[in-house]
Design a protein around this ligand. Structure first.
Ligand SMILES: [Zn+2]
Length: 378
């Protein structure tokens, strides 16, 4: 039944032009699951999220898979793997060959052993997914952490290239750089946009046009890191985030051109392009007042739609403006830290404790494209 439903969803939801590779960063909350579709319709899934991403796969018309890759055996990458293997019976399964102690991992291995799925280890090799080449980057033999033993993949289709590196941290990024990397069209922010998943050297070599961060909304890890985001924003044309944009699909052609589509409708994800003048939005914080609050001001002459924008402190206590939120011209809205009922001018974070540190903190506002629009440091 699942497969029939999925096949139907395919024709309705996913028009794929001839001669394009399609990469979709599925919105699976805090984790990774990336779908690669060749122009011939061959499908690979890189990681499977924390739980079987049935709905997300259905949205993209996935009926069966040719290849599944587990970059490393942490739960936010293989938690959904057993479900994927069972429901979508891939022909090949590739992982880093490093065993893990969890029952999730043991269950996946046990299932593989009694299935017809062919197991592949991540050696330096190239796999053909139709006319798309997947260049596998093997992890170092020894590493301090499983993150640094993530399988890397360069997805190549003519001049269009994407680089996926699981949760690789600086040590493994350096290893990948030694293996030799091309510049890429799309870079998956390693390790969900953590600070240890990026370095200036990494960006100087990979030179991405688009960066995609796969992370859950208001996740407990503080992903993506503010400093890492700034590095990505300085290096790339745009940064997309699954926590803000939901599914992020990039369709690339052989000449390196590409188109991007995001899952969250324009009304909430801000595909409407708001052009902000420098300094048009400001934020300041009154941390010591009895009623702690942040004030966000629109200095422009027109009403500003801020739906989906996110206001956070330095350790990622965050408030997301409701989809319909606006700030009138040359006016402010107030975001109180505590609980209350919003009236469109006053918003409430609902935090049980004070958010803003008296001794110094940051307030940062991101728009729905993940760009920093205002910042206040004290
Ligand atoms: Zn992870």
């Amino acid at each position: 039944m699942l497969l029939a439903a999925v096949a139907w969803a395919c024709s309705a939801a996913s028009p794929l032009q001839v001669g394009q590779v399609e990469l979709t960063f599925l919105d699976v909350g805090q984790g990774d699951a990336i779908l690669i579709r060749s122009p011939e319709g061959k499908l690979a899934l890189v990681d499977a999220g924390r739980a079987f991403p049935a709905e997300a796969l259905q949205r993209h018309g996935v009926g069966d898979l040719d290849l599944v890759v587990a970059t490393h055996p942490h739960a936010d990458h293989i938690g959904g793997m057993a479900g994927v293997l069972r429901a979508l019976t891939p022909r090949f399964y590739l992982d880093n060959g490093v065993p893990h102690t969890t029952s999730t991992y043991a269950f996946v291995m046990a299932y593989l052993q009694q299935s017809d799925i062919t197991y592949l280890q991540a050696t330096d090799r190239s796999l053909a997914l139709g006319s798309v080449t997947l260049r596998i980057l093997s992890p170092p033999a020894q590493a301090e952490s499983l993150n640094d033993q993530s399988v890397g993949i360069v997805v190549e289709y003519g001049e269009f290239r994407a680089l996926l590196t699981g949760d690789a941290e600086t040590t493994e990024l350096e290893h990948f750089l030694r293996l030799g990397l091309p510049d890429v069209t799309v870079l998956k922010a390693s390790h969900h946009g953590a600070r240890d998943g990026v370095s200036p050297e990494w960006l100087a070599t990979t030179r991405p046009e688009i960066v995609v961060v796969s992370c859950g909304r208001e996740n407990a890890y503080g992903h993506p890191d503010a400093e890492a985001l700034e590095l990505y924003q300085a290096a790339a044309q745009a940064v997309y985030r699954t926590d803000l944009h939901s599914d992020v699909t990039i369709r690339g052609a052989r000449d390196g051109s590409f188109r991007i589509e995001t899952g969250r409708p324009a009304a909430s994800a801000g595909e409407r392009t708001v052009r902000l003048a420098p300094g048009q939005v400001s934020v300041w914080v009154a941390p010591e007042d009895p009623v702690e609050r942040a004030v966000v001001r629109n200095h422009g002459a027109e009403s500003l739609a801020v739906g989906g924008w996110v206001l956070c402190d330095a350790v990622r206590h965050c408030f997301r403006f409701p989809d319909t939120a606006t700030i009138p011209p040359d006016d402010s809205v107030i975001v109180f830290s505590g609980a209350g009922t919003s009236d469109g001018r006053r918003y409430y974070m609902g935090a049980p404790q004070p958010v803003w540190n008296d001794g110094g903190d940051w307030a940062i506002i991101w728009d729905t494209r993940g760009q920093v629009v205002a910042r206040y440091e004290y």
